[in-house]
Design a protein around this ligand. Sequence first.
Ligand code: SAM
Ligand code: DTB
Ligand code: SF4
Length: 328
Amino acid sequence: MTVMQQESAMPHPKVTVKEVRAIHDLPLMELLHRAQGVHRKHHPENQVQLCALLSIKTGGCAEDCGYCPQSSHHSTEVEPERFLPVDEVVRKARIAKDAGSTRFCMGAAWREAKDGPSFDRVIEMVRGVGDLGLETCMTLGMLTDEQAARLADAGLTAYNHNLDTSKEFYGEIITTRTYEERLATLDRVAKNGISVCCGGIIGMGESINDRCAMLATLANLPTPPGSVPINALVPVEGTPLEDRPPVDSLELVRAIATARIIMPTVRVRLSAGRANLSREAQLLCFMAGANSIFYGEKLLTTGNADVDADQALMRDAGLTPMPPQQSA
Ligand code: SAM
Ligand code: DTB
Ligand code: SF4
């Protein structure tokens, strides 16, 4: 059977939180079996997308996201750094491509993208990285409609903007912007034809119902996401969430499998927190329908899984890198 390679938003049935919870709470083998069935129907088997991640502007962010080491509201070891020049970003993208990544994700510690020379620079980065034949993803905080249009025009593949958690729990984690503002940016991204990359974090003290509510909100977005990053909290010293206990890997597996079942066509990205998972736990996540990872030594400010270990895992499990999406 031919299965789609494209990251495109495909409509899927709307779901209620109760329905999502019923799926989430299935006996684990049943949940995995169903998720694997959905995965095989909609995605090439045994393929994992390798995404490189680069922080193009680190630290000093005005938002107060409780999990984030880059917020200026918390005192962490992260020092604000300069906004990287375009040539340095393109050079790093080329290295990532040579190492096997097919998507290059660029993140800035901004509350929102500012117009002027800095946005012009962002646009040049999108063009420069896109010219290498890589999928491009930016995450810059809130966007205006005009900025989204400019990113689309530059050929940006995807824009990452996470809901992070349920609408109900959100206020416990972030007070400097609202859930509605987040949704409005996602809407602008989608309306300008950019693939929406939107997911969240588990392990911040939210309930299972909060996780299911977040997944339901993602599945019910007017334009469904093309990719859904599922992050396990990386507790960072100096943040309000520094003492959160590690996420139970089976809880992560359940969240991924549930996402796969209710959003059959999306790429589900096993994102932050992978460095703390055993090989077996990661394989369960792949079995549950994860088909994308961040590949490379660093996430934005924290460490990622080891590249040699990732290569060994892929080899031993017979997983191959997913080719980049063909541009239209
Ligand atoms: N400033 C932009 C924004 O918030 O949209 C872009 C960068 S921000 C660091 C991107 C995402 O990284 C956040 O939405 C959050 O889901 C994730 N993230 C940040 N810190 C994390 C942590 N300590 N553990 C897990 N995920 C984290
Ligand atoms: C996402 O959902 N996870 C990535 C990416 N989108 C930008 C970021 C993870 C950051 C983890 C903490 C850090 O390294 O600063
Ligand atoms: Fe800023 Fe993004 Fe970190 Fe929030 S998650 S503090 S918006 S960099």
